[in-house]
Design a binder for this molecule. Structure first.
Ligand code: GLY
Length: 419
């Protein structure tokens, strides 16, 4: 079977790594891919959002399955276009991907179907939002409605911070039209847990739990990033909490999407917060998380291709999805300056020392292969990922792997997995 994965980050490298273990795959492509992915799949120079070229390539190469992972091609309807061209695709159609691409839609769904979440208000008028911010208590969370490269959620401690965030989003339009509407939401306190689940629109199967680290510096300081590391399982996601999440959030969401005429097929990601009043939903994503995928997929025993095909063909109830009783930690190495400006093109040393032995893998997020060596090519460069029998050992081994690697201006957090 010929499979094409759309995207080119650490998450896609983890998916390609897992798919490359599948005996059912004869050829694996990735568009656009990256330096590390190029070792396991044929990289194709098509941007992840170029729907027309992706459909054409899939037709020309008789692709049997296209796995669409990033948020933006899902939001603009890549799965719809592929299916309409007769190509089997994994991922939600545009009318279901809205669960991530519009936070106003998502919060409305939670409210309409009694899915536990924080109180909030929606504004499309800047002055009305500003008046509300003058009168409310703090902290408050301000969220741009649309996709904003993971930067559209701003926690504000007082009116000065809130007013500045609102102006940037609604007046300066730093996120473009994603800021046409905002949500102003109560700030919830608790540990955040990521729960991913496979759904074919009828059957929903949760994966093992994970937690990520969003801030750039140790102790959850500094600006938000795309993710500085992750680990699985979460230490705080107990079987009792899992039961509540599955019955009060996960299953009601799939039923709600069906009632809305928007059946959800693909990976549904719940961004949860475990409050004193129980688990609440912060947000949905319509895809695998990054870097959560890097710590979840190494624990998957079942063939990932079989799962993707079962989801696409709406027969997920026919397969058993099994997990290793192991733990995984992933430490992300970034270019100095990220998530602000940074330089690219520095040689990466020591990758040959991570040859997969000792259950440590380097998933490439932003690298390119040039003149027989890997160079840095993005803000997030590598995710050094270790599998072990428990979390403490996984964390220790991931940092042993990090010690083997170096590049100019390399930065990473030293407290991944210690929550
Ligand atoms: N780690 C959060 C995300 O993928 O959006």
């Amino acid at each position: 079977m010929k499979v094409l994965v759309v995207g080119g980050g650490g998450r896609e490298h983890a998916i390609i790594w897992k798919l490359s273990q599948s005996p059912g795959i004869s050829v694996l492509y990735c568009a656009p891919g990256n330096g590390g992915i190029g070792r396991m799949a044929t990289c194709v120079g098509i941007e992840a959002t170029d729907i027309r070229s992706m459909v054409q390539f899939s037709k020309d190469n008789a692709i049997d399955l296209v796995v669409v992972t990033p948020d933006d091609p899902l939001a603009i309807g890549m799965v719809d276009a592929l299916e309409e061209a007769g190509i089997r695709a994994f991922g939600p159609r545009k009318d279901a991907a809205i669960i991530e691409s519009s936070k106003v839609f998502a919060k409305g769904l939670m409210k309409k179907y009694d899915i536990p979440t924080g109180d909030y208000k929606v504004f499309s008028d800047y002055n009305e939002a500003l008046t509300y911010l003058k009168e409310t208590n703090y902290p408050q969370v301000i969220k741009a409605d649309g996709l904003a490269l993971g930067k559209g959620v701003i926690i504000t401690k007082n009116f000065a911070e809130a007013g500045k965030a609102l102006e940037e989003i609604m007046v300066d339009k730093i996120f473009g039209t994603a800021g046409n509407q905002v949500i102003i939401e109560e700030f919830l306190v608790g540990q955040e847990v990521s729960l991913l689940a496979f759904s074919d629109g009828h059957t929903i199967v949760p994966m093992v739990s994970a937690q990520d680290h969003k801030r750039a510096f140790d102790g959850d300081k500094g600006p938000n990033t795309g993710g500085m590391g992750a680990f699985s399982p979460s230490r705080v996601y107990t079987p009792e909490i899992a039961n509540i999440v599955e019955t009060e959030i996960l299953e009601p969401t799939i039923q709600a999407m069906n009632k809305e005429g928007r059946p959800f097929k693909g990976v549904l990601f719940l961004g949860l917060i475990l409050t004193q009043d129980g688990p609440k939903l912060l947000e949905y994503n319509a895809r695998f998380g990054d870097p959560e995928t890097q710590v979840v997929l190494p624990r998957l025993k079942t063939d990932l291709l079989d799962i993707f095909l079962a989801v696409a063909d709406e027969r997920l109830d026919e397969i058993d999805i099994e997990w290793e009783d192991s733990a995984v930690a992933c430490v992300v190495l970034t270019s100095g300056g990220y998530p602000g400006s940074y330089k690219k093109g520095y040689p990466i040393r020591g990758l040959e020392n991570l040859d997969g032995s000792h259950d440590t893998i380097a998933f490439h997020a932003g690298t390119r292969w040039q003149e027989d060596r890997f160079l840095t090519d993005g803000g997030r460069v590598l995710g050094v990922t270790a599998v072990a029998e428990d979390l403490d050992r996984a964390v220790k081994n991931a940092y042993k792997g990090v010690d083997l690697i170096s590049f100019k201006d390399m930065h990473y957090r030293r407290d991944i997995g210690l929550k």
